[in-house]
Every structure is written in structure tokens, then in C-alpha cells.
Write a protein that binds this ligand. Structure first.
Ligand code: PHE
Length: 348
């Protein structure tokens, strides 16, 4: 008797073929092949037979078992495939549907500016890094060559964390210089954009929280010329004016030597500020060559590497670019303002 004509086969082949769900199929499998299943029980009866009978009966049952288990696994595969198809169909998203008007959201002006700055520097091979907003005295001051009694500390109106005298809200993103150099070896080019905090006034040009853009380039032969070129090109891109003029004015920061402020040209005719035209100057950011002490604090030999750093207020850049007279507008969440300056993410 061949397996297919065995009564067990005939009966169960049909049941398996017509089975339409995975759980029922598994119940059939247990019923036939489980520990106390039909086939297993049949196999157990072999012991009572004569050796000759056992041989033929044994082969017969084994053939039935093989045939049924092949069929079971084929059916299982088929049902699983169908279930997956069904899931894919029901869970599919129709991305061709239009956006629901009530779900319209805009990217805030600052978000647009941050994205623009990041992609500009990324294209130049800069890595974008992030650091903690709650930092410590060491990263915000000491490592940046601002020791405890240095007068520069007084210029930073620092928010200290209650009951943690050495913990503070970072007052500038220059902390990113230290945090990066602690974990990465030069040569490197990084920028970092993030929130900084100063216990300042709240008026048209100050908020206790604002954003800074920090840049650091550390390579064997970096010099002030690279710094000027890098920043002037950035200003040209950012303000969309091809021939912006720039100049350095000497300044002081404990963590750069020499230090400078970068001015760009502008005109203020009829009370209207225009960037990149005219013969007036406007201060735009602070910068300089990284101070050798900062490099030493991070275990870098200043004779091997030298670099430049710069720091700019993102709100200030944004206000200049878009002609905003009051920084507070950026945080007031006035819906009319948001709709005016916001850009839908799909339109970017
Ligand atoms: N950290 C400085 C500030 O907050 C800006 C700066 C950054 C200056 C890097 C020089 C180099 O004013």
C-alpha cells in the first residue's frame, strides 16, 4: 500500500488541504504527529508485531508520516505567506494622499536657519557634534583657559545648578571644543549648534536662552587666512550676497590667541539695514586661533596642530538676515508670525 492510498493519508490530506488558518493547522499537526498523536500511537503498536510484519508496517507508517509532515509544512508556509500578504495590504500607507489641511505644520524660522547652517558646513566636510546643555565648570571655563579668578568669568552671567556648585547651564558652545577634543584626535573640522544660557536681561536683543554656532578646525597648518576665508564664504552663503566684504577687528577671548571679531559690510541708509552693500561695518561673530593652553588641556601638542575656532549667535544671524527688530518674536509663538515665517517641511 503506498502512502497516498493509506486511509489515514486520504482522510488527513484533504483536511490539511482545506485548512485555512495557522492555529487549526497546528492542531492537526499535534493530533497526527504529537506525543499522543495518531501516527505516534500507530508506531507504538509495532512492538507487538512479528519482525516481518513490523518491517512492512513500519515502512508503511513512516511513509505516511513523511507524506503528512511534508504536506503540513507546505501548507504552513502557504498560510504564513497569505497572512503576511494580508498584513502588508492592510497596514500599507497611501503616501500619495494629500496632507490633511488641519494637520499643517511649519518649520520654525530658527529650525530652518539651523538646518541651513548645518547642511552648509556638512557639505564642506565638517562633522556636526552635540554636547550637554547642563555642563560643568571645567568644560565651560577651566579647560577653555578661564581659571577661577579670571575676570572673563564675570562676563558670563552664569546659571549655576542649585546644590551643585560646579554644575551649570553652559554659557557658550565653546564647551563643544573641549568635549570633542577629549574623545577625538585631530585633524578635525566640527561645528556644534545648540542652546546656551545667560542670566541676562530680556529685551529686544537679549534672551536668557539663545543658540550659538561653534566651529573648530584643527589641522597641522591651519592659519588666520583659512579662518577669514571660511567665515567670509559662510556669510556670503548665509546672507545670499556673493561679494560681502569682511574684516577682522582685534578682540579678546581667553581660549583664542590672537582673537578677533569679524565684521561684514553693510549700509544703513534711510534707517534700512542692508547686508553686503555699503561702507559701514557690522559685528557678526567672535573668533580666533585656538589658544595653545586649550590644546594642552586636551592632551594635544600645539607644535603639531593649530586651529581656529569661531562662535556666533544664531538668533542674531537670523534677525539680521530676515530684518527682525525684536528677538522675542522668535519665542512668542504668535500664530500669525509663525505662519508668515514658517516653511512647511515638504516645501523645503
Ligand atoms: N564663546 C565665545 C562667546 O560666547 C565666542 C567664541 C567662540 C569666540 C570661539 C572665539 C572662538 O562669546
Amino acid at each position: 500500500m503506498t502512502d497516498a492510498t493509506h486511509p489515514l493519508c486520504q482522510e488527513w490530506h484533504q483536511k490539511i488541504q482545506t485548512c485555512s488558518d495557522l492555529q487549526a493547522l497546528d492542531e492537526i499537526r499535534v493530533h497526527l504527529l504529537g506525543k499522543t498523536g495518531l501516527i505516534t500511537t500507530e508506531l507504538k503498536t509495532l512492538g507487538q508485531l512479528s519482525p516481518d510484519e513490523r518491517k512492512t508496517k513500519g515502512a508503511e507508517i513512516n511513509a505516511v508520516r513523511d507524506s503528512l509532515s511534508t504536506l503540513l509544512s507546505e501548507k504552513k508556509e502557504e498560510l504564513e505567506k497569505n497572512a503576511l500578504e494580508l498584513r502588508l495590504q492592510t497596514e500599507a500607507l497611501d503616501i500619495t494622499l494629500p496632507i490633511r489641511p488641519e494637520k499643517k505644520g511649519n518649520l520654525h524660522l530658527l529650525t530652518q536657519v539651523l538646518g541651513d547652517i548645518q547642511s552648509y558646513f556638512r557639505d564642506l566636510g565638517f562633522q556636526v557634534v552635540e554636547g550637554p546643555e547642563i555642563d560643568d565648570d571645567y568644560h565651560n571655563f577651566d579647560a577653555l583657559n578661564i581659571p577661577v579668578h579670571h575676570p572673563a568669568r564675570q562676563n558670563h552671567d552664569t546659571f549655576y545648578i542649585k546644590d551643585h556648585p560646579l554644575r551649570l547651564l553652559r554659557t557658550h558652545t565653546s564647551t563643544a571644543q573641549i568635549r570633542t577634543l577629549e574623545v577625538q584626535k585631530p585633524p578635525l573640522r566640527i561645528i556644534s549648534i545648540g542652546r546656551v544660557y545667560r542670566s541676562d536681561a530680556l529685551d529686544a536683543t537679549h534672551t536668557p536662552m539663545f543658540h550659538q554656532l561653534e566651529g573648530l578646525v584643527l589641522e597641522p597648518y591651519t592659519h588666520m587666512g583659512h579662518l577669514k576665508g571660511c567665515l567670509t564664504d559662510f556669510c556670503r552663503h548665509f546672507f545670499g550676497v556673493d561679494d560681502i566684504k569682511s574684516r577682522f577687528r582685534p578682540s579678546f577671548f581667553p581660549f583664542t590667541e590672537p582673537s578677533g571679531e569679524l565684521d561684514i559690510n553693510c549700509s544703513r541708509e534711510d534707517g534700512q539695514l542692508k547686508i553686503g552693500v555699503g561702507n559701514n561695518w557690522m559685528e557678526i561673530l567672535g573668533c580666533g586661533m585656538v589658544h595653545p593652553n586649550v590644546l594642552k588641556n586636551c592632551g594635544i601638542n600645539p607644535d603639531e596642530y593649530q586651529g581656529f575656532a569661531f562662535g556666533a549667535g544664531v538668533e542674531r544671524l537670523t534677525m539680521l538676515k530676515y530684518g527682525l527688530p525684536d528677538i522675542r518674536a522668535l519665542y512668542e509663538s504668535d500664530e500669525r508670525w509663525l505662519n508668515h515665517y514658517g516653511v512647511g517641511s515638504v516645501n523645503l
